[in-house]
Design a binder for this molecule. Structure first.
Ligand SMILES: [Zn+2]
Length: 526
């Protein structure tokens, strides 16, 4: 097949293609305000999408038989890249029939999601990629090798350092994942069993990742009073493993730590000035979301399985101490006023209510509600633990990318964190367009070009001829999040077109669940 290198407008000056072996003429979007994802000022222009690529950008002449989309008054930008999702684990997984269209991400304009985060997800990356490819997926998927899941596979939920043989086994699993196309590793050092890992163990694994030029992404060991020390640990792991460091969902949690974002930023800026590659991501909300247990129960009580947990609670020696520690943690969250139940299948009526409101209605103490839930296996929660000012401080940094920390959801009776539906339109619509906290260029750059460069993803994240056509068109006047803490299952407004690898999965505002044009994107291991 004779075709010129697709890189210039001259390509389009030749007469329109008609030969059968030429690709279909594709789409020409005309007169859009193009934010190319680099953070530069926007310009008005046209974009030609053919097959799975962007083939031209600028002033484009007539392209015979191409479908024209009127982009006047709309913003055109690269599809958003979400560095931190749980699309592989929480809710319906991206490999399930319900989850694979990934509608709540696509409707935000998000065309690539990163999985394996907080150290949880598929250990066998090759098998995972095969599954993704076989079932078809709505968005692209990038995977990080998950430390917690790897450790669980080798050592179970044990609170001890690994033997030399176990360490070797974990490193072999890490190496296999990197060879199969994982982009790095992720840890979740407040979760089991990764919370039992010492720095040394993680450095050993990071060395494997560094060898393949992968990244080290971490839900760090402490996001409240120990924030700075936890960032230092991540830096030490990056240095020991010779790989770049990425702090997941950066925050300063707990009212006594409000304002600590400035010190965290200074620490990271200093490291960056000395040549260390360290970046972060953030969701634009003051509430976080995780399990009730990870929030309130110290890790020393979480070894083993649920039966071990309940036995510890009932133990005449350990039990009272454990309850006191949980009660103290609850006190630190305003006695349960700041904790809202997201998911609790044993009693769905409690979903959407705070622990303190439930306690009042049940005429019980908040601690008793917590213990009842934990005896029944635990619950997912939303925790209002951050300050708006800290959220804004992080958001303004050029090295903080947008990421949801959410998962795939379909409308139902659970009350999950709204971030799974609203992260990107909220940062762009509320924080940039409405409130002017950041510029629109910055909001788009930190959702496209920045995450691509953090991953070292070369052919996505900017609007450029030769890049894959992950492209979004939205109406700046109406592109807003509508998901709230009370009613989270709501898609954003204002999204007009979403192309994934050149296929329109949202066309003129309408999502098509049958368009499964996403791909498992594989890192080229060294
Ligand atoms: Zn996390």
């Amino acid at each position: 097949m004779l075709r010129c290198v697709i890189c210039s407008l001259a390509f389009l000056a030749v007469p329109a293609f008609s030969r059968a072996d030429e690709p279909a003429p594709g789409f020409v979007i005309r007169g859009a305000t193009i934010h190319d994802g680099t953070g530069k000022a926007p310009f008005v222009g046209d974009v030609h999408i053919q097959a799975d690529k962007i083939v031209a950008v600028g002033k484009i002449g007539d392209v015979k038989n191409a479908r024209t989309i009127d982009g006047k008054g709309l913003v055109l930008c690269p599809g958003f890249i979400d560095l931190h999702t749980h699309c592989d684990t929480g809710g319906p997984s991206i490999t399930s029939a319900t989850g694979k269209p990934n509608k709540n991400y696509i409707m935000q304009g998000c065309t690539t999601v990163v999985t394996g985060n907080c150290g949880s997800g598929p250990v066998d990356a090759a098998a995972y990629f095969k599954k993704l490819e076989a079932g078809g997926i709505g968005s692209n998927v990038i995977h990080l090798a998950p430390h917690n899941s790897i450790r669980a596979q080798v050592m179970g939920n044990a609170n001890r350092i690994p033997t030399a043989e176990e360490q070797q086994k974990m490193e072999a699993l890490m190496d296999a994942a990197m060879k199969a196309g994982a982009w790095g590793m992720a840890t979740g050092l407040i979760y089991n069993p990764g919370t039992y890992a010492k720095t040394e163990e993680i450095v050993g694994l990071a060395k494997v990742v560094g060898k393949h030029d992968g990244m080290y992404a971490s839900h760090i060991r402490n996001e409240s009073s120990g924030l700075l020390a936890a960032i230092e640990e991540a830096l030490a792991i990056g240095k020991g493993g010779n790989c770049r460091v990425h702090i997941s969902h950066i925050k300063a949690s707990g009212s006594s730590n409000f304002g600590m974002s400035n010190r965290a930023v200074a620490l990271i800026e200093n490291a960056r000035k000395s040549g260390t590659i360290i970046t972060a991501d953030q969701y634009p909300y003051i509430a976080s979301s995780t399990s009730l247990r990870a929030t309130l129960v110290p890790s020393k009580y979480r070894e083993g399985n649920q039966a071990d947990f309940v036995q510890r609670l009932d133990d005449p020696t350990i039990g009272p101490k454990m309850k006191a520690d949980i009660a103290q943690a609850l006190d630190g969250r305003a006695g349960g006023k700041k904790i809202q139940i997201a998911r609790y299948s044993k009693n769905p009526k409690w979903q959407g209510k705070t622990i303190s409101a439930i306690a009042e209605a049940e005429k019980k103490e908040p601690i008793d509600i917590v213990l009842e839930i934990e005896r029944a296996g635990g619950a997912g929660i939303v925790n209002f633990g951050m300050s708006e000012e800290d959220v804004r401080v992080y958001m303004k940094q050029t090295w903080v990318a947008t990421a949801s920390d959410g998962s795939i959801h379909t409308p139902g009776d659970t009350v999950p964190h709204p971030r799974s539906y609203g992260t990107f339109p909220r940062k762009i619509g509320k924080y940039a367009i409405d409130d002017g906290i950041i510029t629109l260029e910055h909001a788009i750059y930190t959702s496209t070009g920045l995450p691509a460069s953090i991953l070292k993803l070369k052919d996505r994240g900017t609007i450029k001829p030769g890049h894959y056509a992950d492209v979004v068109l939205f109406d700046a006047k109406t592109f807003r999040d509508t998901a709230t803490y009370d009613k989270p299952h709501q898609y954003p407004t204002g999204i007009r077109w979403v192309f994934v690898n050149g296929s329109p999965v949202v066309a003129d505002g309408k999502h098509d669940a049958k368009v499964l044009a996403g791909r498992a994107l594989k890192h080229e291991s060294k």
